[in-house]
Design a binder for this molecule. Structure first.
Ligand code: KIV
Ligand code: ZN
Length: 516
């Protein structure tokens, strides 16, 4: 019999713990909306108690996103659970996820608690969470290094206390498929009341095994798989959900299981997460890498031409990869532009639509052919998700191997227009210094990356920067046929996010809550 496996997405919580990733609440809302289109069962939107920014983002998502359950993480302490409830209560389906560590090493050294005390805390946390919330998940952190009988005891007790889901995390990415499969089966066979609970699995990828472990868990009775888009997460990341979804879709004969995820939304979700986190997807990444459907060798190409099934186990269409069609030209009107974006799955508000249209016209003026990929890069690159304090009006730069690179930049800063000039070791540094003078925001450039959106000498250049200001990282993106302009736009995009954070709240960086 084919079982339906629930997909639990933690891109916005465990995924956001990736080094150098910081998403603002507008960006998190945009990702959550896309996850709802992907039709995941649960969105873990953050860890409410970690920071005011996390709390606000979860609350905004709970108020605005319909379809999936909206979840906040909470340690097994009353303050965390109350804060989690405050954040998720407006959701159509509120969900609290509470956890405590169960391995000897964590209980002894991190929690400094006896196993009995840990059970008491877990039970009290679940009971409190259930007083508020109909769906409560309990996780035994570091389960794969915990005593199996102790796990069965704590799960029996927490199910009795009202947990609707129990989760068995491989927190440090230590287990193997065969061992994890046996653990899942053992827990299912030895936990009292297990038939009343959903069994969830949550794997980390330290030994490159997260997806294999999760799928083997499914074969051994797990009902729910947790993970992130693009396998994001701290260290080596979490289970890549796109791989799990397509694994189940491609091999129903083997797994006897399916999901209700809309696989055609995978590509768009992956691109959005990559754009907003500033983390590029490696070209050989399974499912969503640029080469995942590229056939290079002559023998393979020949086979594909004769019959695609020779070398293709799934189609690019099944994950929603757009064709690289030629789209509108510079004479296309606003209405056609709006319709075209809707066809690509983008529904912009009036202000964003106007901005995107103006930028489209600028690019159509300079580039012979504007394709789907160009349009997507423009949309994902430049819509800021925050109110823009600074808007580029003009820049001019001189550079050369015997000249001192010098830049002049003019920005619209609120109602005023201001201009500054600066020199640098290169044209980009000169521009960035001028922008810092204009905005009063001095940040360290931690990363700078550039890529061409398509082939061709007139291809759009897409620049991603990460800047650090007072210990916070912000990502900026810019797109243009001129790579200096793209670099300028990317920096201004990041600086606008810093300014927005300063104006709204300076939250402290979120911990992973592992201190239990
Ligand atoms: O990896 C882990 O153990 C976690 C828990 C909070 C579920 O992320
Ligand atoms: Zn985790």
């Amino acid at each position: 019999m084919t079982r339906t496996i629930r997909i639990f997405d933690t891109t916005l919580r465990d995924g956001e713990q990736t080094a150098g990733v910081n998403l603002n609440s507008g960006e998190k809302l945009e990702i959550a909306r896309q996850l709802a289109k992907l039709n995941v069962e649960i969105i873990e939107a953050g860890f409410a108690v970690a920071s005011p920014g996390d709390f606000e983002a979860i609350k905004t998502i709970a108020q605005n996103v319909r379809g999936p359950a909206i979840c906040s993480l909470a340690r097994a302490v009353p303050g965390d659970i109350e804060r989690a409830w405050e954040a998720v209560q407006a959701a159509e389906r509120p969900y609290i996820h509470t956890f405590i560590a169960t391995s000897d090493i964590h209980m002894q050294y991190k929690l400094k608690k006896k196993p009995e005390q840990v059970i008491e805390m877990a039970v009290a946390a679940v009971k409190l969470a259930r007083r508020y919330c109909p769906e409560v998940e309990f996780s035994a952190e570091d389960a794969t290094r915990s005593d199996w009988d102790f796990l069965c005891r704590i799960f029996s007790e927490t199910i009795k206390a009202g947990a609707t889901v129990i989760n068995i995390p491989d927190t440090v990415g230590y287990t193997t498929p065969e061992e994890y499969g046996r653990l899942i089966r053992y827990i299912k066979e030895n936990t009292i009341g297990i038939e009343k609970a959903i069994v969830s699995v949550h794997c980390h990828n330290d030994l490159g095994m997260a997806v294999a472990n999760s799928l083997e868990a499914v074969r051994n009775g797990a009902d729910q798989v947790e993970g992130t888009i693009n396998g994001l997460g701290e260290r080596a990341g979490n289970t890549a959900l796109e791989e799990v979804i397509m694994g189940l879709k491609t091999r129903p004969d083997y797994y006897q299981a399916q999901t209700t995820a809309v696989s055609e939304e995978i590509y768009r979700t992956s691109v959005l997460v990559s754009a907003l986190t500033g983390l590029a997807v490696p070209s050989n990444k399974a499912i969503v890498g640029a080469n995942a459907f590229a056939h290079e060798s002559g023998i393979h190409q020949d086979g594909i031409l004769k019959n695609r099934l020779t070398y293709e186990i799934m189609t690019p269409q099944s994950i929603g990869i757009p064709s690289n069609r030629l789209v509108l030209g510079k004479h296309s009107g606003r209405h056609a532009f709006k319709e075209y974006l809707a066809e690509l799955g983008y529904h912009l508000n009036e202000a964003d639509l106007e901005k995107a249209y103006e930028r489209f016209l600028e690019i159509a003026d300079r580039k012979k052919e504007v394709t789907d990929r160009d349009l997507e890069a423009l949309i994902r690159g430049e819509l800021s998700q925050v109110e823009e304090a600074f808007i580029l009006e003009y820049f001019h730069v001189t550079s050369g191997n015997k000249a001192i690179p010098t830049a002049t930049v003019r920005l619209k800063c609120g109602e005023e227009t201001e201009q500054e000039a600066a020199c640098g070791e290169g044209p980009i540094e000169a521009i960035y210094k001028a922008i810092e003078r204009l905005t009063g925001i001095t940040a360290e450039l931690k990363e700078y990356g550039i890529k061409a959106v398509t082939g061709g000498k007139d291809a759009l250049g897409e620049v991603t920067v990460k800047i650090e200001e007072q210990g916070r990282i912000n990502t900026g993106r810019g797109v243009s046929t001129d790579i200096i302009e793209a670099s300028t736009r990317a920096f201004i995009n990041a600086v606008n996010k810093v300014a927005w954070e300063k104006a709204n709240y300076q939250s402290t960086p979120a911990g992973d809550g592992a201190e239990g």
